[in-house]
Design a binder for this molecule. Structure first.
Ligand code: 4AD
Ligand code: MG
Length: 478
């Protein structure tokens, strides 16, 4: 007999029918009530066992974490808390789980503890919910772009270029070095030129390659893993994260902002529709967590209200220069709001400045644009003032920067000059420069850090908790 998923059992459509359910035991109460979950929903199905009809030896093996199959009848439940339950007629242990050894007990574990057990933490309600939401969000990303006529492009993971020019790359070396491996003068292997004699690294962004495709296919997007060798131990940075990078020919910066805002709202709307139960569960988790905080630090809005708020309000569009004026005016040394005080126009914003703008000043998502050229990447379009570029960052409450993007410098001469000034090799980026040599056009794009989006939607606070196997300076097992 095929088994029925718990999510389908819970909608009652097989009421009074003989069914089979398979899953993992969450709890077994009073030798009678098994809470069974199979990952299809946050909810468990209650399986009622008449223990007199089952050998005690068998029931002993119904422990938290064990995989079991039950056969029985789906009936309406008399108990509070669930509408339907299974009256169990037969029970099979598929895989035992020693309760003395299984690390995930039916109690609240700290997120730190669970991080050390990344392979098992998904068996908790919280991580089950997060990972389902993450999956639905990635579907929403593809849905949005596919339905808007974008072409999905797979850009290389191993690349010779540094798209961001920030030098935060992991170098690629091969382990199976043969006699032909490039050698240094002293005979040792030259790891720097290890990719068949070339220097390569893991990509920090698929943007430059996506630009070449936008110049033929019009609207493209990437959605893939990206790598940053920044040794920043923050709750917002990973060494390996997933990025979504749309790139659109003939879009200027305003159109880029419109696209980003519409896209973000669309994926939030989708996840709110499809993940109602998981979001409600995560909302409650957050409420419980906030109870331990002083009143003043508690969020004014619940998780779902926050998501709703983003959907209903326009993102505030503010130039870098205006933002600096606001920060200067509000920085007063007297209340020492910022550790890093913005003294001058031209300084890069620290995350505390971004959070001030979003959480205290505007109290809504903010799109900052027209940044000073010298704090942004080489490929951004220079404004007529000669000192700012058509860059945009989207800042979110509780997160800070969630999107970084720009209108690209489409003028060959200006781009080459910029590259020269920054010592970026024209020979290495000859292919990129070809986009400006042949049929160049105004174009724009942005990168959304997928995990930062998942953080926002789930209300989690540490980025290590929204990716299955986080890669950080501390976590590289598994
Ligand atoms: O601002 P970034 O560095 O922009 C780019 O890479 C551009 N090439 C994007 C483009 O225009 N196509 O990164 C984009 C976003 C950030 O806003 C942030 O959300 C996320 O990627 N991000 C990270 N997320 C997690 N861990 C890290 N170490 C991240 N670095 C950037
Ligand atoms: Mg950025």
């Amino acid at each position: 007999m095929r088994h029925t998923k718990v999510i389908d059992l819970l909608n009652g459509s097989s009421l009074l029918q003989e069914i089979t359910a398979k899953g993992w035991v969450k709890t077994f109460r009073n030798n009678q009530f098994i809470a069974l979950n199979d990952g299809s929903t946050i909810h468990n199905i209650q399986c009622v066992v008449d223990f007199e009809n089952f050998p005690a030896e068998l029931l002993k093996k119904v422990t938290t974490g064990a995989a079991i199959a039950v056969k029985g009848t789906l009936i309406e439940s008399q108990g509070a808390g669930q509408k339907f339950e299974i009256q169990v007629k037969s029970l099979e242990i598929l895989g035992e789980s020693d309760p003395e050894k299984f690390p995930i007990q039916p109690k609240k574990h700290s997120l730190e503890f669970l991080r050390e057990n990344a392979h098992l933490r998904v068996r908790t309600n919280v991580f089950g919910a997060i990972m389902r939401v993450r999956s639905v969000l990635s579907y929403a990303v593809h849905k949005y772009f596919q339905e808007s006529g974008f072409v999905y492009v797979n850009t290389p993971i191993i690349t010779g270029s540094d798209a961001e020019g920030a030098g935060e790359m992991f170098q690629v070396t091969s382990l199976s070095l043969d006699g032909n491996a490039p050698k240094n003068e002293d005979g040792t292997i030259n790891y720097k030129e290890d990719f068949f004699g070339k220097h390569t690294n893991l990509t920090v962004s698929g943007q430059l390659e996506a630009e070449t495709y936008a110049m033929a296919l019009g609207q493209v997007y990437t959605f893939g893993p990206t790598f940053r060798a920044e040794n920043s131990n923050t709750s917002r940075h990973l060494a390996e994260f997933w990025m979504i990078e749309p790139e659109v020919a003939f879009n200027d910066l305003d159109a880029n902002m419109d696209l980003a805002e519409d896209f973000i709202k669309s994926i939030i709307r989708h996840v709110m529709e499809k993940c109602e139960d998981d979001l409600k569960f995560l909302e409650q988790r957050l409420k419980d967590e906030e109870k331990s905080k002083p009143q003043a630090e508690r969020s004014e809005m619940s998780l779902i209200e926050k998501l709703q708020f983003v959907l209903e309000n326009n993102f505030k569009r503010v130039s870098y220069t205006e933002a600096i004026d606001i920060l200067k005016a509000s920085k007063p040394n007297k209340n020492k709001k910022f550790q890093y005080i913005i003294e001058e126009w031209g300084a890069d914003l620290q995350s505390e400045h971004e959070r001030f703008l979003v959480e205290k000043h505007f109290k809504c998502p903010v799109i900052l644009f027209d940044y000073p050229a010298n704090i942004k990447a080489f490929y951004m379009r220079l404004n007529e003032d000669g000192k700012t570029v058509r860059a945009m960052d989207i800042l979110f409450p509780g997160i800070g920067e969630i999107v970084g993007g720009s209108q690209r410098e489409e003028r060959y001469d200006v781009l080459v000059e910029k590259m020269k000034a920054l010592d970026i090799s024209e020979e290495e980026l000859w292919w990129y420069l070809d986009t400006r040599r042949f049929g160049s056009a105004v174009h724009s794009g942005f990168g959304l850090g997928f995990e930062r989006m998942v953080l926002f939607v789930t209300g989690m606070t540490n980025i290590r908790d929204v990716i299955p196997f986080p890669r950080t300076p501390q976590n590289a097992e598994f």
